[in-house]
Design a binder for this molecule. Structure first.
Ligand SMILES: NC(=O)c1ccc[n+]([C@@H]2O[C@H](COP(=O)([O-])OP(=O)(O)OC[C@H]3O[C@@H](n4cnc5c(N)ncnc54)[C@H](OP(=O)(O)O)[C@@H]3O)[C@@H](O)[C@H]2O)c1
Length: 223
């Protein structure tokens, strides 16, 4: 892997991923909005809002060979909240889409952190789940585009279950550390697989979620 850029590197999974890449000798630019956290992380950093309309130009300036789109927003809300959905769409859909399009003609690897939550509709994280569903489908579309249009970029989708970060603290079920998540992500990239589960045991949950009939899924309470 040449130069890497981690978008959403200031905390949680992205921070651990940046550290893991650097430990493996990959020159890595850490990007995010919170400058104080980037300064604390050190190395090459970039203050970047993934929702900025000029994201493609900013990515061209960095010139990364591998882009990890890890930026994300999602919160549990007891009632649907259009403002929070708008925030989720801005970063999980529009920012992601600009970066993924850019990668098609400029990068060799594009890795997106989606979520197991994107596999079905979830009542308390509805906008988040729907935005991650977009990401999962769009990544499949980009893989097809790269293959049939002979573009050199490889698109890898990651589906974390619960990771012990600010975003993942709501549930304790099968929760892994950010370091374990980063390890699973890099293992997927190295394996050549198109889709990876974080950690691999979530493959089983994903399989159950995909197979479960709608009528049954809508009846069962979730953690
Ligand atoms: N934790 C879990 O259980 C879990 C499960 C499934 C999927 N995920 C996904 O994993 C990814 C990382 O989340 P995390 O759990 O590590 O939570 P986190 O610690 O809250 O990290 C979120 C990261 O996204 C960045 N970000 C958010 N909005 C951004 C924007 N507009 N521009 C640039 N960066 C932005 C944040 O940086 P700044 O605020 O500094 O910009 C931060 O670095 C997310 O995509 C999330 O949906 C997490």
């Amino acid at each position: 892997m040449g130069k890497a850029l981690v978008i959403g590197a200031t905390s949680g999974i992205g921070r651990a991923l940046t550290e893991a890449l650097r430990e493996r000798g990959v020159p890595t630019v850490a990007a995010g909005r919170r400058k104080d956290l980037l300064d604390a992380l050190g190395g090459e950093t970039l203050v970047l809002d993934a929702t900025a309309p000029d994201l493609a130009e900013r990515l061209t300036d960095v010139g990364a060979d591998a882009v990890f789109y890890n930026a994300g927003y999602g919160e549990r809300t007891p009632m649907p909240d259009p403002e929070r959905t708008e925030r989720a769409v801005a970063v999980n859909v529009l920012g992601f889409e600009r970066a993924a399009q850019w990668a098609l003609t400029h990068a060799r690897l594009f890795v997106a952190t989606a979520s197991i939550a994107g596999l079905r509709g979830l009542e308390d994280t509805n906008g988040y789940s729907a935005s991650k569903a977009y990401m999962i489908n769009a990544m499949e579309g980009y893989r097809r585009k790269a293959r049939h249009g002979r573009f050199p970029c490889r698109y890898v989708t990651l589906l974390p279950g619960f990771v012990d970060t600010a975003m993942g603290q709501a549930s304790a079920v099968w929760r892994c550390s950010p370091k374990a998540a980063a390890f699973a992500i890099l293992k997927t990239v190295k394996s050549g697989r198109a889709v990876g589960y974080v950690t691999p045991r979530w493959r089983l949950v994903a399989w159950l979620l995909k197979l479960m009939p709608r009528a049954l899924f809508e009846r069962i309470p979730l953690p």
